[in-house]
Design a binder for this molecule. Structure first.
Ligand code: KIV
Length: 274
């Protein structure tokens, strides 16, 4: 019998090498148990600030803090040993200046041991991406629908629906790539625009509600597992775990109420015998 022992994590250059090659498999992840389950099957795990919505029931990602990201980043690092782990920089931790972005991103990397960070924005944060990349912090970009702009956009709207919007979004993609990002998430973007950007830039594009032509795809794990009662329309659900969890909890509640709970019974008998 042979067991595959993973000794080394996927690296940033290995992700970059996926451009125009094998699609990059990415999922979000916020805790150790799911990290362990995902680890052998994905190239990249994103500790996304979507944990604000998924784990904390927040309406937007705006209230998410650095400490929340660090706690989840540590858990995902403990639960994995193969995939590249990227931690999202939360709203307010990087926009102000390249120096502040570097200080906070270095703190995240030292505390969690993750290999890279992600920041939302194109031309407006190109200086931050360059500053960090040149000083040892790999950055993944994120353009198109950027949920941290929730209050400015007024919701979660697909970007690039009309061709007049395209030049600004293409400029964002080019700015992120030229500043040194190793990959870029294209979120909630009109399909032909996402495909066009994928052809135009030299780094892998990772799509979410964008295009199958992207160099990789990412989904929020809980959305594709069927745990979100209102998932985005584009999400393909690979399991219906919400229903399974409810059925399991219902069966457990029945056992407890009928005093048919074997675990408790055994412990009681063991104590009596001892
Ligand atoms: O926070 C997140 O989960 C993300 C992905 C949706 C790309 O940014």
């Amino acid at each position: 019998m042979s067991a595959v022992i993973q000794t080394k994590r996927v690296t940033v250059p290995e992700i970059r090498a996926h451009k125009n090659a094998k699609p990059v498999v990415c999922l979000t992840c916020y805790h150790a148990h799911t990290a362990r389950l995902l680890d052998a099957h994905v190239d990249l795990m994103l500790v996304g600030d979507s944990l604000g919505n998924v784990m904390h029931g927040l309406e937007s990602t705006v209230p998410v803090t650095l400490d929340m990201m660090i706690m989840a980043g540590k858990a995902v690092m403990r639960g994995s040993k193969h995939a590249l782990v990227v931690v999202d920089m939360p709203f307010g931790s990087y926009e102000e200046s390249p120096q502040i972005a570097f200080r906070n991103a270095a703190h995240v990397m030292k505390e969690t041991g993750c290999q890279a960070v992600k920041m939302e924005g194109g031309t407006r944060i190109a200086d931050q991406i360059r500053f960090l990349s040149e000083r040892g912090i790999p950055v993944m970009g994120h353009i198109g629908l950027t949920p941290q702009m929730f209050n400015v956009i007024g919701g979660f709207k697909t970007q690039g629906r009309t061709e007049s919007e395209w030049p600004a979004i293409e400029a964002d993609a080019k700015a992120v790539a030229e500043a040194g990002a190793f990959a870029v998430v294209l979120e909630g973007m009109a399909e032909p625009l996402a495909a066009k950007i994928t052809r135009e830039i030299a780094i892998p594009t990772i799509g979410i509600g964008a295009s199958v032509e992207c160099d990789g795809q990412i989904l929020v794990l809980e959305d594709m597992l069927g745990l979100n009662p209102n998932p985005p329309k584009f999400v393909r659900q690979y399991a219906q775990m919400g229903g399974q969890i409810e059925a399991a909890v219902k069966a457990y509640a029945k056992d407890v109420r009928e005093r048919a709970f074997p675990g408790a019974e055994n412990v009681y008998q063991m104590k009596k015998a001892g």
